[in-house]
Design a protein around this ligand. Structure first.
Ligand code: CUK
Ligand code: CUA
Ligand code: CA
Length: 651
């Protein structure tokens, strides 16, 4: 590290030599012994002395005023923000109340959940997708990134989208009921990673809300992946995908060079971008880290869509989705280019849009730098006014080891997680630009704080919007180690909350979370408008009147219609015959908020919940004779235990 850079270490950092770009040799070392070498190194050797991070040490915590953020809700008191969380390879999403950190709801999405009946009811199976035999197409999912729909540059609370990395699916959560209402499988994708909704229509600027969701694709595969070109990685490629926000249909895809990671969109609607690692196109581990520079690839969305209108696209395999050519070789003339590749060091991880709309920031991951890309200059390149797209980089400054993700306080400061250093660094974007521009007195690093341990995603309150309010941030720490009571080999993750109102960050709280969320957003509560009681008319199968209940037989096809009205089901018993194909429809006719009923059938492996004024159905084969007491699983009434129905299956 040079003297200038050292000036920007707020607290002296040990072993400054490690802050150079990690080269391939160093990486091979990390790889050879497992990344744990790097991890243990950051906890032991390079952990700053306690004095280096006074804000993190309780004994040395600054005066209480610095941390008087109202954190502990009194009984009955409501949080002021919704935290909308991914659940990682649990396949679900979650809602937290913030700043208390209390988990309020789990939203089954790509997983199966026997509390709600997600993956068990016909309605949820239809959303997840089934095989010809009626079984679920997929039982697993891996959610990483969750983002909300926008109006005028801020969240509107209508939808949230989340990716499934395993099977290449995009899920949508309705903001009024916090349930998944649609899942789309992207064609010809493996390792679907980053997503981001657009914020304004690129073609019709009057449409100042989200109409598209952009999806980055991490793993390159032979296209189509049907057994051809297995041994020729030069034929492998990735696709960037645009999904319609309302219909959830795939609008288009773009073939690109390299692998994609996270996605960001510009506030003016013109650009979507994805940070890239493995621009080398390596199919083997070592090959993916050989180049010093990767890229952030920009898409001029209106141009892509014009190219499709003009018929300049291909299709891949059995997919009908138009695919434009976004490779470098096909986009050499900026004035007609669909894509532009801004060089960024090295295997960057994360791209985040600053709330002023001016910059995208990429974190270096294997480079200790953050790269600031000025969008106006990217636009200049696409308009033929900038000769070299790399000149859109207005700052590239050292921040610490293993920078991954960045958030903002709306006051010009960025907060970047340092995975290897187990820290968050707060840095001023304007000062970084001045420093990079030659003003070596520009002190861009404002503060550092230790976190526990190895942070990935970070997000401040309203941090992904124009209304970033700089109150607090959450940081997803991948390792919790000693922060919670030990529970055997599987530790929870540690989501930490940090007060960012002052110059110095103050660590507020640790929260154990079920493994393993990646990303989350923090939304002011008045943006979210939920309804607590359903509408019968929204459910085509609804049993609208208790008198409509009964067993309706058509040969061996049997429909059982039941309603629940606390504390009883309308059918106290019903009869089936072995061999019947049964569809059981249950409507909850209760209108009282919070009065949900469950329905479990022993030995038939069925359990689901119906909320007030909702209808769910299940289909099963009556293959076991006997008496089966279907019962209410959800405590609803003093007579909850009595709330059951005798299902009789005659041989
Ligand atoms: S990735 Cu997980 S820490 Cu999938 Cu967003 Cu960076
Ligand atoms: Cu109905 Cu418990
Ligand atoms: Ca972990």
């Amino acid at each position: 590290m040079n003297e200038d850079a050292k000036m920007n270490q707020v607290d002296a950092m040990p072993d400054p030599s490690r802050r150079k770009f990690l080269n391939s040799a160093a990486l091979a070392g990390l790889a050879g012994a497992g990344l744990s070498v790097g991890l243990s190194a950051c906890n032991k050797e390079s952990a700053p002395a306690p004095s280096a991070a006074p804000a993190a040490a309780p004994a040395a915590a600054p005066k209480a005023a610095a941390s008087d953020l109202h954190l502990h809700m009194k009984p009955g008191e409501l949080d002021t923000y919704y935290g909308v969380w991914s659940g990682g390879h649990s396949g679900e999403c979650r809602i937290l109340g913030l700043p208390s950190g209390r988990e309020i709801k789990r939203i089954p999405t790509f997983n199966v959940d026997c509390m709600s009946g997600w993956g068990i009811t016909n309605e949820s199976k239809k959303i997840i997708g089934t095989r010809p035999d009626g079984r679920l197409k997929y039982m697993t999912g891996d959610t990483h990134h969750i983002h909300g729909s926008y109006t005028d540059g801020t969240f509107n609370g209508k939808y949230f989208w989340v990716n499934d990395k395993i099977h290449g699916r995009l899920g949508r959560i309705r903001g009024d009921i916090f349930e998944c209402d649609a899942i789309t499988e992207l064609p010809n994708i493996q390792g679907f990673h980053g997503i981001f909704p657009d914020k304004r229509d690129p073609v019709d600027p009057a449409i100042n809300y989200t109409t598209r969701v952009f999806c980055g694709n991490e793993f390159h595969i032979p296209q189509p992946n049907d057994g051809r070109d297995l041994d020729d990685p030069t034929k492998y490629f990735c696709l960037f995908t645009c999904v319609d926000a309302e219909t959830m249909e795939v609008r288009w895809q773009a073939k690109i060079d390299g692998n994609m990671d996270l996605v960001a969109t510009s506030y003016d609607g013109r650009f979507a971008a994805s940070n890239q690692y493995n621009t080398e196109g390596g199919a083997r581990y070592e090959d993916m880290m050989s180049a010093e520079m990767d890229a952030c690839v920009f898409f001029d969305v209106a141009r892509v869509e014009q190219a499709i209108k003009d018929g300049k696209f291909m299709t891949i395999g059995s997919s009908k989705v138009p695919v434009v050519d976004g490779t470098k070789a096909a986009n050499t003339d900026p004035k007609t280019a669909l894509t532009g590749y801004v060089p960024v060091p090295k295997n960057p991880h994360g791209v985040n849009a600053s709330p002023d709309g001016k910059y995208f920031i990429c974190s270096g991951k294997l480079s200790p730098t953050c790269t600031v890309i000025e969008l106006a200059k990217v636009a200049d390149w696409f308009d033929g006014k900038l000769d070299d797209i790399r000149k859109a980089v207005v700052a590239e400054v050292e921040v610490g080891l293993g920078p991954l993700h960045t958030t903002f306080d709306g006051r010009g400061n960025a907060f970047t997680t340092l995975f290897l250093d187990s820290q968050i660094v707060k840095w001023n974007v304007d000062k970084a630009i001045q420093f990079f521009g030659g003003d070596k007195n520009a002190q861009y690093v404002v503060d550092r704080i230790d976190v526990h341990y190895q942070p990935g995603h970070i997000n401040a309150s309203m941090g992904e919007t124009k209304e970033a309010d700089g109150q607090f941030l959450a940081v997803g720490c991948k390792f919790s180690k000693d922060r919670f009571l030990p529970v055997g080999p599987m530790h929870p993750e540690n989501e930490q909350l940090i007060d960012i109102r002052g110059e110095k960050m103050v660590l507020l709280a640790d929260h154990p979370v079920h493994p393993e969320p990646h990303d989350f957003i923090i939304v002011k509560r008045d943006i979210i408008k939920t309804k607590q009681v359903g509408t019968l008319d929204d459910h085509p199968l609804a049993v609208k009147d208790a008198k409509d209940s009964g067993v309706f037989r058509d040969g061996n096809k049997v429909t059982v219609k039941i309603a629940s009205l606390a504390p009883a089901y309308t059918l106290r018993e019903f009869e089936l015959k072995v061999g019947d194909e049964v569809t059981l429809i249950l409507t909850n006719l209760d209108k009282v908020e919070d009065l949900s009923h469950g329905f479990a059938i022993p030995k038939y492996d069925i359990n689901f919940v119906v909320n007030p004024q909702e209808t769910k159905s299940v289909t099963f084969k009556a293959d076991k004779p006997g008496v089966f007491w279907a019962y209410c699983t959800h405590f609803c009434h003093a007579l909850h235990l009595e709330m059951r129905s005798r299902m009789i299956v005659r041989p």
